[in-house]
Design a protein. Structure first.
Length: 264
């Protein structure tokens, strides 16, 4: 029996082409063909395994097994999948040959939790602002953050890159808190910040607007997924149970999640 028609961008994302949002951009750019005809409008439905889908002339095959790799991205690595300037890419630290994509971004000077997956539905739920899934950071700042500055972060700061002010909730870590017991530079302190969106360099730009220097920035949580004790450059495959719990946390069918390690 033929499969039920599904939205083109959903089928592409499930096949590992890219996140659903990126697939929508590929469609809008006229880079996708269905049965030989260019499709550049949203809303087109296709039958997986029946209709022929091509991206830039490359045939999109059946959906591969879903995989999820949690990496502690080190400072100095880019979270993009390519760099024309030859920079170091975090995806190069992901083992295996399966094509996985980063969920969201961490800039070159930041480190911490970066999830790689071919689960386009999950990537969309974790990154699109309308789903408002939280991300938590540890930030080493020069000086101290005043109550007034913390209030301004919570109320929102206009950054000029969108119609809404950027917001962050401050999590006080207590005097003397240190990242993994490392010495804290004199005059500096660690704070926690929780976001529900992920604009480019959002934390750095918000704190720059308050004249607060950022000395180090580490992402430690995304939804229910935590960095744990991974060292910079280290990573691990999520277990089937972890992948299912993560999909369930973002209100997706947990039964779709496959075993995390494709090498098993």
């Amino acid at each position: 029996m033929p499969s039920e028609p599904q939205r083109l961008q959903k089928v592409m994302a499930q096949a590992g082409v890219a996140s659903r949002r990126k697939c929508e951009e590929l469609i809008a750019a006229g880079r996708v063909r269905v049965n030989g005809a260019v499709v550049d409008q949203m809303g087109v439905r296709v039958r997986p395994g029946v209709d022929r889908i091509e991206v830039d002339g490359v045939l999109v095959g059946e959906a591969p097994a879903l995989a999820y790799y949690l990496l502690h991205k080190p400072v100095g690595y880019l979270s993009t999948v390519r760099d024309p300037h030859g920079g170091r890419l975090a995806v190069e630290l992901v083992p295996g040959e399966q094509r996985l994509y980063p969920v969201g971004r961490l800039d070159r000077d930041s480190e911490g939790l970066l999830l790689f997956t071919n689960d386009g539905e999950l990537a969309l739920r974790l990154t699109h602002p309308r789903y408002a899934h939280s991300k938590e950071y540890r930030v080493l700042i020069g000086g101290a953050l005043s109550p007034e500055q913390a209030e301004r972060l919570a109320e929102g700061i206009a950054l000029g890159d969108g119609p809404r002010p950027a917001r962050a909730r401050v999590k006080r870590l207590g005097p003397g808190w240190a990242w993994r017991g490392e010495p804290v530079p004199q005059g500096a302190q660690w704070i926690g910040l929780i976001l529900r969106e992920g604009r480019k360099r959002q934390i750095r730009e918000m704190l720059r607007a308050l004249a607060v220097p950022v000395l180090r920035l580490i992402r430690v949580r995304m939804s229910i997924l935590r960095l744990g004790d991974l060292a910079p450059g280290q990573g691990r495959w999520l277990t089937a149970e972890e992948a299912q719990a993560l999909r369930q946390a973002v209100r997706l069918d947990p039964r779709v999640a496959a075993k995390g390690d494709p090498c098993d």
